[in-house]
Structure formats: C-alpha cells, structure tokens
Design a protein around this ligand. Structure first.
Ligand code: SAM
Ligand code: SF4
Ligand code: SF4
Length: 347
C-alpha cells in the first residue's frame, strides 16, 4: 500500500510533540519558538488527555513533552500522571527545575521516561546563550542529582557557532557524568535565530561532525548523535530503498512527527509555522490519515525543486529542510540553502 493512500500512515511510527506551555524562564538567543501570543499560555490537562485519546489506533513511537519550559506548567505532574503507560515519554527541559521535580515525576511513572536537558556550552558561555546568570550551575546540579538517583539524561546541545574547541570543552565536562545520549545539532533559522552561521555552512558543520566522531574516551557518555549534512555517500540511507522507505525519506514533518500547540492546533514543524498551521482536529486519526492537505504535503514534489532536479541523492534527501528554504527564500519550494550541491544552481 502506498503511503499516499493515507491508511498506511496508521503504521508509520510517529513522534508526537506537545508544546504544553509558551512560558519560559530562559531567554535563549537562538530560541526556535515563535511567541505564539494569540494562543493560551498553557495547554489544559483536559485538552492534553483528549488529544492523547485520539492516538489509540496510531503507532506512536514516543511522546515528547516540551515548551517553553514544560516543568513550569502548573499542572505538569497531572499531565505526566495521566499519560497511558504504553507510551515512552521524553521531557525536554532547560534543566533549571530538574532537582525539584525529577523524583516526583519518576515516581509517578511505571513506563519509560527520559529527560532531555539542554546544555550548549560550559560555564558563563552557557549563561550568556540562555541569558540567565547561574543557569549553567543549575543544569549541572540537575545532571548530578539525576545521576545520584541512577537516571541518565539525554543532553541536547544546539550549535550556533562552528567552534570545535567549545564542543571539546563540553565533551570533557560531560564524560564525567552518566549520560544516555549526547545529541549535537545545528541551530535552525526560526523565530529568534537568524541562523546565519549554520544556514550557510554545511561544509563547516561536517568538519565539526568529523571532530566529534573522532573524540574518544567517552567516560560515562553512552552514545553520541551528531549527523553530517548532505553527506549521503557514506550514509546508511545510501542503499536500495524499499518503496515505503522512499516515501518516508527526507524530512519527517507531517510523516513521522507532529506538534500540538497549547490550543490543540497542529504544526508539522516549528520551522513551517509561517507556511501553515492546522486547526485543532476532533478526529485526529482521520485527519492524519486522509486530510487532502496532508496527502499533498507528503507527496512533496521534490522534482519541482529546480536546484535539485538532477541530483543523484534526490530520492533520499527530497530537497532537505523545507523550513530552511522558507526562511531563506520565503517559499518551501527551494533546495535547502545549506546544501553545497544545490548552491551553484541557486537563483
Ligand atoms: C525549544 S526547546 C523547549 C524545551 C526546553 N525549554 C529546552 O530548552 O530544552 C527544545 C529544544 O529545542 C532546541 N532549540 C531551540 N532553538 C533552536 C534552534 N533555533 N535550532 C535548533 N534547535 C533549537 C533547544 O536547544 C532544546 O534542546
Ligand atoms: S530554547 Fe528552551 S529554554 Fe531556551 S528560551 Fe526556548 S524554550 Fe526557553
Ligand atoms: S541538491 Fe537538493 S536533493 Fe540534492 S542533496 Fe542538495 S538539497 Fe538534497
């Protein structure tokens, strides 16, 4: 069955993001979130539950609870308590409140819950990025507290400047802890981020990735995830793709990931909010499977991207990040502006 027939999407693993609050105590210089001032500050517990109930016939891979700062939601505990045990949960946090909340949250849950803590640099450099003195100290204490209680967090590092020495410094710090996964990603252009560095430089990014991959002596870090860009020759994706994998290839927005905002409205990716946001759906299951709009979006006509038309990786890449194209060209119908292979053909 082709995915474009819709029904097949009931079997595609889906990551569901809940932006449960717009409020945050940090003020990160690169924050991806649009202010969303017309929306309620928080998602209500009832709305959260009713959205969760609409997932019953879908194959949910994990629920990601995010914000703003999700631990600031006044009913955070209630939200977590009510999530069915069958789901894996990831809580994305800036770490400031972790010490206060961690034990209560883990006690409430029988199923898997992972904490993803954002940490972008060491010492004052982190505080400057998040615009809050003392933030670094609190995050480190949060990680120490988690380790003391046998919890290994995920650490998420967003890189805004191609500075290998800053990443190595962070590595030296993190390997002293027990870390489930260290995820290192490039800053994306959206909202407060103008993405100047990362937008222009996939080549520089790939040099940084090589440096990360050559780090050894990981100490307590179990896994490091830091993927190169537009480097398909060495990728596991560079294989004969099944027809299903072909349809799922490229960006996962609207196929393998979806975001719910505080009023229940639906976003396919924060970077695409300026392109389209969908109203709350009473019957999310039917909408996800059969909405004409979504079917069209999934059939994204990569061949219409002039800059990619003769690219040998088109089937795998499908033009890269449409959000980056939107940011740079005000249209999703261009090649990812970071792609060095598309650059020469750029208008
Ligand atoms: C938007 S935050 C929300 C949750 C929580 N406040 C936090 O900071 O972890 C979720 C993740 O998005 C990342 N992020 C924020 N702005 C970004 C950007 N412009 N590009 C890429 N990632 C970004 C953050 O570093 C964090 O890991
Ligand atoms: S990235 Fe997270 S911590 Fe930073 S301002 Fe945005 S929501 Fe807050
Ligand atoms: S030319 Fe287009 S399809 Fe090819 S790698 Fe670059 S963005 Fe992807």
């Amino acid at each position: 069955m082709r995915l474009t027939e819709g029904k097949a999407f009931a079997h595609v693993p889906l990551d569901v993001y809940f932006i449960i609050t717009r409020i945050c105590n940090f003020n990160c210089s690169y924050c991806i979130r649009e202010p969303m001032t017309s929306l309620p500050q928080e998602m209500s517990v009832d709305l959260f539950n009713s959205i969760c109930n609409s997932f019953q016939r879908l194959k949910i891979r994990k629920l990601i609870i995010t914000g703003g700062e999700p631990l600031l939601h006044p009913k955070f505990d209630e939200i977590i308590k009510r999530i069915p045990d069958s789901y894996d949960i990831v809580v994305c946090t800036n770490g400031w409140l972790l010490k206060d909340k961690l034990l209560k949250i883990t006690e409430m849950r029988k199923c898997d819950i992972l904490f993803q803590i954002s940490l972008d640099a060491v010492g004052d450099n982190h505080d400057k990025i998040v615009n809050l003195p003392g933030a670094f100290k609190e995050v480190i204490q949060g990680i120490q507290f988690a380790n003391k209680h046998n919890i290994k967090p995920i650490i998420s590092t967003t890189v805004g400047h191609l500075d290998a020495s800053a990443i190595i410094q962070l590595f030296q710090l993190l390997k002293e802890f027990n870390i489930d996964t260290w995820k290192i990603s490039a800053e994306m252009p959206c909202s407060r981020s103008n993405g100047e560095n990362m937008l222009s430089d996939a080549v520089g990014w790939n040099v940084l990735v090589k440096t990360v991959h050559s780090l050894n002596g990981w100490g307590g870090i179990q896994k490091i995830v830091c993927d190169s860009m537009f480097n398909f020759a060495n990728s596991h994706l560079n294989q004969q793709l099944s027809s299903l994998a072909k349809e799922l290839a490229g960006c996962g927005a609207g196929k393998q990931k979806v975001y719910f905002r505080t009023d229940g409205s639906i976003s396919l990716c924060p970077l695409l909010d300026r392109y389209k946001v969908y109203p709350p759906q009473e019957d999310f299951y039917s909408w996800w499977l059969y909405s004409k709009d979504l079917l069209e979006f999934r059939e994204f006509p990569a061949t219409r991207l002039d800059e990619c038309s003769d690219c040998e990786w088109l089937e795998i890449c499908k033009g890269g990040c449409h959000g980056a194209s939107l940011y740079k060209y005000n249209s999703i119908f261009h090649a990812d502006p970071r792609c060095p292979m598309a650059k020469s053909k750029k208008r």
